[in-house]
Design a protein around this ligand. Sequence first.
Ligand SMILES: Nc1nc2c(c(=O)[nH]1)N[C@H]1C(S)=C(S)[C@@H](COP(=O)(O)OP(=O)(O)OC[C@H]3O[C@@H](n4cnc5c(=O)[nH]c(N)nc54)[C@H](O)[C@@H]3O)O[C@H]1N2
Ligand SMILES: Nc1nc2c(c(=O)[nH]1)N[C@H]1C(S)=C(S)[C@@H](COP(=O)(O)OP(=O)(O)OC[C@H]3O[C@@H](n4cnc5c(=O)[nH]c(N)nc54)[C@H](O)[C@@H]3O)O[C@H]1N2
Ligand SMILES: [Mo]
Length: 557
Amino acid sequence: MVGLTTSFGSGAMSNSMDDVAEKAAAFFVIGSNTTEQHPVFGSRLRQAVLRRGAKLVVADPRRIDLADFAKPAYGGLYLRHRPGTDIVLLIGLMHIILHNGWEDKNFIAGRTEGYEEFAATIEHYPPEKASEITGVPLEQLYQAAEILALNKPMAVIWAMGITQHIVGVRNVMSLANLQMLLGNMGMEGGGVNPLRGQNNVQGACDMGGLPNVYPGYQNVTSEETRLKFEAAWGVSLPDKVGLTLTEMIPACEDGRVRALYILGEDPVMSDPNTSHIRHCLERCEFLVLQEIFPSETSAYADILLPGVSFAEKTGTFTSTERRIQMCRKAIEPLGETRPDWQITTEIAKRIIALGERDMRPAPHSGWDYNDTSDIMSEISAVTPSYAGVSHARLEAGERLQWPVKGPDHPGTPVLHVGQFTRGKGKFAPIDHIPPAELPDDEFPVLLSTGRVLYHWHGGQMTRRAKGLMGVYGRALVEVNPEDAARWNAKDGTHLRVTSRRGSIEVEAWVTDRVPPGMVFANFHFPETSANILTHASLDPVAKIPEYKIVAVRVEAV
Ligand SMILES: Nc1nc2c(c(=O)[nH]1)N[C@H]1C(S)=C(S)[C@@H](COP(=O)(O)OP(=O)(O)OC[C@H]3O[C@@H](n4cnc5c(=O)[nH]c(N)nc54)[C@H](O)[C@@H]3O)O[C@H]1N2
Ligand SMILES: Nc1nc2c(c(=O)[nH]1)N[C@H]1C(S)=C(S)[C@@H](COP(=O)(O)OP(=O)(O)OC[C@H]3O[C@@H](n4cnc5c(=O)[nH]c(N)nc54)[C@H](O)[C@@H]3O)O[C@H]1N2
Ligand SMILES: [Mo]
């Protein structure tokens, strides 16, 4: 999945899990089901509330488990806003903050720019109007603004409830505005903290697994950067921005993309609008899939390459707090499988041998790596933020968070201390844009999608675990009791959920976790995957789909 960039640079936590959990006076958790989806960090947030009186504000359309810790008895608050109204909610809160004079005037004057233009947009949503659009009672807006402004440092924490929208980038920028307004940047216990999901999604983005950058977020369109990589790798490199995942697969339909090499993705399960994805993969002329299990996508593969799991290889993962962590091989690869990096380098060597492309053995390594520490040496040679990272330092027990500027540099637990990457932090004037597909007469219910504690995405790994299947063996759709009564449904009733793309039949879980008019489904099981229903409306910048808002019709079967 694509990363999100703001004026602060790449989409990683500005702070560390430790300082946020231990030093924040307040947390603002918005669009993150933290206790189910980041359970270790989630339990640290709960402990911070119970043991040291940290204040917690949760903003989520679903009453997630963490909401129990965001209550007035603990000095916190739970806000249930309508899906897709985060910008209005945030402007409403900032309006109250400004009108009470709670903004950090020194920080704004010394470290930011663009404040005047931004402040004007705040007037678009006075609290009354914000309350009306978000559905959050007016007095709760005032209470939340007070908690967030008067407890310093306050850490903002978010995940996919903020980013999986056509306004994903705008949502993130609004959160950055809030933190600059309150002067919560560049200090322990504060910051902007996206909790990224996959164990190495941060590392994949850091290594240039994005269409517009080389490792370390060095732009492919910069001539200086391009020449540097051409010299390091001994090849000529294109200067054009490529396609994101969400653009590549649809591009198979009309032949703009003719071949795919997929590693560790199961797009039939995880991408929006499954039947369209299936159609595009059918059209793709040549598909290589590197997997650890046969997946739903295997059916479309011309060649299957068996990779190995994390336990069978040695290398590093970079976590959401920018920490580079060693993961050591525990067992030998089984059967004819090989570590992913060996498969990829063998393919590269054969392409070079064919001589059909302008690819020569790179001066650095000639693709002849002995092990992954050789690969890390190459990474540190070309990537300023990883310049001081080596397996030797990690094995010696050093705790490295990028940027690690050289062999003697200790790493950077907190970003933006004293200065932002771009110098001054830029306030962005942001306006509300409604979601791409809201409920209407024909599809009157709002479907939101995401995950449950017991399964992992397409479920290729977790559906093979007996214990997990014993606890959660089939998909459930969360339905509010009021709606359940209208649809004649009880716990376990089979419901047909239909969108403009398709239809699934799934068991009801009647619960007030969701408000009336909203249902929540997951994409862990093939026949009942929420992605049969979702649509591919993308954020124009990050190209992330609006997985969180889909219009559906629901009926008992
Ligand atoms: N057990 C388990 N853990 C996982 C994963 C897994 O599959 N299983 N996946 C990992 C990955 S890759 C990721 S990215 C993370 C995802 O972690 P999360 O983002 O925490 O999980 P989601 O279920 O996608 O939904 C996040 C929350 O956003 C809320 N939400 C929906 N719409 C809106 C909205 O408009 N505004 C706001 N503010 N909130 C909204 C939902 O109600 C939900 O509580 O989890 C990681 N952890
Ligand atoms: N409706 C809806 N859809 C979503 C989301 C949502 O909230 N709602 N969330 C989106 C998000 S945030 C994410 S991250 C994606 C995740 O989507 P995917 O990345 O497609 O899902 P995963 O199940 O994490 O991983 C895919 C495959 O990797 C394989 N694998 C595991 N380890 C290895 C390895 O070491 N090597 C190799 N070669 N393969 C391996 C697994 O067997 C699995 O089949 O889903 C997205 N889709
Ligand atoms: Mo993710």
